[in-house]
Structure formats: C-alpha cells, structure tokens
Design a protein around this ligand. Structure first.
Ligand SMILES: Nc1ncnc2c1ncn2[C@@H]1O[C@H](COP(=O)(O)OP(=O)(O)OP(=O)(O)O)[C@@H](O)[C@H]1O
Ligand SMILES: [Mg+2]
Length: 306
C-alpha cells in the first residue's frame, strides 16, 4: 500500500515554475521524454498560431459567447460569456452549484448549450456531431476531481492509454514516456500499482500524467487542489504552473482555492446566480467594490488563511 504524501522529497518541494520539467526525469528516459515534451510544446505553439486573429490580435482558443443552459425549469447559465487566449490560464470561480463543472462539460460536448456559441480552437462546436466532438476531446483534455482513472488497469497502463490508442509510438518508447511523465508529476515508480492503491492527490497527479500523454492543446482542471493536504495542493499548483509556462498549454482551472487562482490565473470569471458577474484579471477582481466578489474573497480568507 502506498503512502504517497510521505514520499514527497525535498527536491519536489523546491521546484518552482522555472524548474524545467525535464529535470524531474531520470537520465535513462530523458532523451525520449524530452523529445515527447518538445513535440507537445511545438504543437501547442502551432495551435496558438492557427487560432484566427480578431482585429489583428490573437483570438481566443476557447470562448463562451452568450451561453444559456437550463435543466428543465432550473436555469444554470444565463447569457454567460468569457474567453481564454492561447497559452493562457482562466480560473472559473464561484460558489457550489453555479455551473462551473457544467461549463467544462459543455466545452467537451458532454452537455449541450441551449443557446449561444462555444468555440474551441476558433470553431463553434455547438452543432458538432459525436465524431467531431471526439476530435475536440483529443485536443482538449479534462482532469477530473477524482482522476477518473480506469480502475481495473495499472497506473502505467492508464498513462500509456492515450499513446497506445493513437498507435504512433513503439512500445519501448511508450514505456519510457510513461516512466518520465510519472516522475514529472511526482509519482515516480508507481507504474504497477492500481488506482485503488492511491490517495486522492496521487490519482490527480496520475490523471495529469495521462492528460499529458495525449499531448493536448488545452487542459481543463476541475478543482485540482480540493480534498488534498496543503503540501499536495502546493505541488499540484506548481505542476500546473510549470505545464503552463513550459508547454504553453492553454488551461481552464475550476477552483475555490484563491491562492491557486492568484498563482495561475491570467484572467478569472466569476459565476453567480446564472451570470458571469465578473470577467477580468485577479487584481481587478480584488479591487472590485462588488459586495458578492468581496464576500467571496473574505470568506476564502477565513477558510484558507494566507
Ligand atoms: N446532468 C444534470 N442534470 C440536471 N441538473 C444538473 C446536471 N448537471 C448539473 N446539474 C445541476 O446544475 C447545477 C450546476 O452544477 P455544477 O456541477 O456545474 O456546479 P459547480 O459550480 O461545479 O459546483 P461545485 O463547486 O459544488 O462542484 C447544480 O444545481 C446541479 O445540480
Ligand atoms: Mg463542480
């Protein structure tokens, strides 16, 4: 049985956003993993270039434009708009039940908007067929709260899954990249464990490794730091920051964790009672006199002392 949190070593704690991801990878696999990461970074830069410009400036990689969503009579989103530029990170904030997870599911086409436009990589996905949505899900990967790992196969097989599915790599290359990705996300050597042997934080780290194995253009994280201890939250936050800076990954992070939002967000959108009542930078949000935003910020300080 693994005791993950105890295995975090000093080196992991000392990593900062500037520490190259490849430094976490052991020498025997670093060439293969380096090439894999380089490929991902180049692909993400190309994806950013491919997004259509708006008024001669890079357009959003992802956008919600006047989106509405109800379940029966129950209105979840009402005229919600926000965007994420390529390579940037958007944090979606708001109380429980405001539609944060629903927004992520709509982005991947698991739920349909009633009205409005949702764009991914410049294209409106709202009328997409299931097959077209599968292409979207290849470009945009979700890291679920519980990891959503396949329970009956090992950690290594989980991480290898997207690479085997694509069928472009030789088996020994896949095994090397699996080893390197696990080292990179701080769970080295766990290949042969089953997801049920792991803590929540480890499952989430492995879910991130599996997401990276798919070489996505964007990653959606649903509450990446909830239900783990502060140390693990710090490590996951650092990892997300390094992926953003070093792989130029476009990201959306749903979170209640204001420290995480401050660290990661280029922009935040605050959902409240069906509306996006704020969309801007974290500094702008902190300066806003809006009592709802101020209450959220104050409550957060009570729950999570700085
Ligand atoms: N498939 C569904 N059918 C009916 N109602 C749903 C469905 N999915 C979500 N809802 C409702 O939509 C609302 C928004 O849910 P959502 O999961 O997006 O909240 P959230 O902002 O992610 O909250 P939390 O912070 O607790 O995760 C909730 O009231 C939820 O019960
Ligand atoms: Mg949610």
């Amino acid at each position: 049985m693994a005791e993950p949190e105890n295995k975090l070593d000093q080196q992991q704690l000392e990593t900062s956003a500037d520490t190259p991801l490849i430094e976490s990878v052991s020498e025997d696999v670093s060439a293969e993993v380096g090439e894999f990461m380089e490929q991902a970074a180049q692909q993400n830069e190309a994806a950013a270039e491919a997004v259509p410009d708006i008024k001669n400036r890079p357009g959003p990689y992802i956008s919600f434009e006047h989106v509405y969503k109800s379940f029966g009579e129950f209105v979840v989103l009402e005229d919600v708009s926000f965007y994420v530029l390529p390579g940037e990170t958007l944090c979606i904030l708001g109380r429980s039940g405001v539609g944060k997870s629903v927004s992520l599911q709509m982005l991947l086409g698991f739920l349909k908007a009633d009205k409005g436009v949702i764009k991914v990589a410049g294209d409106n996905i709202c009328g997409y067929t299931e097959r077209e949505l599968q292409d979207v899900r290849r470009k945009v990967t979700m890291v679920f709260q519980n990891g959503a790992l396949f329970d009956s196969i090992t950690v290594g097989e989980n991480v290898a899954f997207p690479m085997r599915e694509r069928g472009e790599m030789a088996e020994d290359q896949i095994l090397q990249v699996v080893k390197g990705l696990l080292e990179m996300v701080g769970v080295a050597g766990m290949e042969n464990l089953l997801p049920s042997d792991l803590s929540t934080g480890m499952k989430r780290s492995i879910a991130i490794a599996r997401a990276l194995a798919a070489q996505p253009e964007a990653v959606l994280y649903d509450e990446p730091t909830t239900m783990v201890d502060p140390l693990m939250a710090h490590l996951l936050g650092n990892l997300i920051e390094r992926l953003k800076q070093q792989l130029h990954l476009t990201s959306i992070v749903v979170t209640h964790d204001m420290r995480l939002a401050k660290k990661l967000a280029d922009r935040v959108v605050f959902l409240h009672a069906g509306k996006a009542i704020f969309f801007g930078t974290m500094e702008e949000m902190e300066r806003s006199p809006d009592p709802i935003l101020q209450e959220f910020l104050t409550l957060d300080e009570l729950v999570v002392p700085a």
